[in-house]
Write a protein that binds this ligand. Structure first.
Ligand SMILES: *Cc1c(COP(=O)(O)O)cnc(C)c1O
Length: 379
């Protein structure tokens, strides 16, 4: 049986974990959190990166930092994980779902432009599969609405670029996930990328139960107290220790994943036309973080048959997002219904192949053979 995902160690995870335990700082804001944060700030050229317990939490923090409420609307893609919308709905904002465009499977700037009205406070983009969404298109739309904030849910795209600039540095805020299914992992974890210096102090207050404890730790005040709203969003230093080892191993992880992409592409590109398959597309001005490898089959029935045929031969392929705009909660939290035909179409036809750092060549060759047999049987 070849699993869809298999989390792997790349270096000093267990040594760092032992050191965090031995040194005794296991709550948030410890030395490993500081190290992870500084690795990320340097790599991204971002003013600050704050570690959180999850990407969902970092998105909730974003909604709190923007002081969103019931009179505000946030535009999010329908083709994404629930958290992208949930975090803003939880803060009381209304959600408006936009369709994706078929090339990058990221949010469609033309649809966003149609959905904008005076209640819209933010647009959230996702860089699906680690490939930059149409940022040029989104920036052009938002240039006409400077009051609307761009937010990046960058759960897939850490270390990918658009026009040589890191994904996660285009929005006022961006979020990362270190969940075990992502490229860099620590079990459960996330981060908030803060791209405007003016947001740093308040972000840390909201992360740390509404207190100015950070100012106290920096020696700027002689005691700390309750200052604002907030929650307990800080990542344990035990998990940050694990994460530091993963981030130090980033070049290794990224090159292994790039190879997996390369091998799938080399095997499937020559047969894609005959089998009616659409393979992932990386825009000319971008690079990918290699989060996954997906294939679009010709029809939804062909996709479902292929999934079943592969499962019967012990290969765990999988579908992906169920459209949010027509989900039960999506309808409840959205302020108006808009058709998202590309989302519906892609969601029905998309199949993800097994993909992880240590997928062996032999196993991958087997996956490819099983997939081609399955796709040929339905073609
Ligand atoms: C995984 C994921 C999330 C949630 O990440 P957590 O760290 O599990 O909260 C949010 N958005 C997208 C696009 C994701 O893929």
């Amino acid at each position: 049986m070849i699993r869809f995902n298999q989390p792997g160690l790349v270096g000093a995870e267990l040594d760092y974990l032992a050191k965090a335990v031995a040194d005794g700082h296991t709550s948030s804001s410890g030395p490993f959190s500081e190290r992870a944060s500084s690795i990320l700030c340097d790599a991204l050229s971002a003013p600050d990166v704050a570690l959180t317990t999850s990407c969902t939490d970092a998105l909730e923090l974003t909604a709190m930092l923007l002081d969103l409420g019931p009179d505000d609307t946030v535009i999010v893609p329908s083709f994404t994980f629930t958290s992208t919308a949930l975090a803003f709905a939880r803060q009381g904002a209304r959600i408006r779902f936009a369709d994706i465009e078929p090339k990058t499977l990221g949010i469609d700037p033309e649809h966003v432009a149609e959905l904008i009205d005076e209640s819209v406070r933010a647009v959230v983009v996702v860089h699906y599969a680690g490939v930059p969404c149409d940022l040029d298109g989104i920036q052009a739309v938002l240039a006409e609405h400077p009051e609307i904030e761009l937010i990046e849910d960058n759960a897939h795209g850490l270390f990918a670029t658009h026009r040589d600039q890191a994904l996660g540095t285009f929005g006022r805020f961006a979020t990362l996930s270190f969940h075990e299914t992502k490229n860099f992992i620590c079990g459960e974890g996330g981060a908030l990328i803060i791209n405007d210096e003016a947001d740093i102090s308040r972000a840390h207050t909201l992360i740390d139960k509404g207190t100015n404890r950070r100012e106290f730790l920096l020696g700027n005040v002689d005691k700390y107290s309750w200052r604002d709203t907030g929650s307990s969003f800080g990542l344990s230093d035990l998990l940050a220790a694990y994460l530091v080892a993963q981030l130090e191993g980033a070049p290794d992880i990224l090159s292994k994943r790039a190879e997996v992409t390369e091998r799938y592409t080399r095997a499937l590109a020559p047969v894609s036309e005959a089998l009616g398959l659409q393979l992932p597309h990386v825009p000319e001005h971008g690079t990918s973080a290699h989060h996954m490898f997906y294939v679009l089959l010709p029809t939804s029935e062909a996709r479902n048959d292929a999934l079943a045929a592969m499962k019967a031969r012990g290969v765990q392929a999988t579908f992906h997002y169920v459209p949010l705009h027509s989900s039960e909660a999506g309808r409840r939290f959205s302020d108006s219904h808009h058709e998202c035909p590309v989302t519906d179409d892609v969601s029905g036809r998309l199949l993800r192949l097994p993909y992880y750092n240590d997928l062996t060549v032999a196993d991958q060759d087997h996956v490819i053979e099983v997939f081609i047999d399955a796709a040929a049987a339905t073609a």
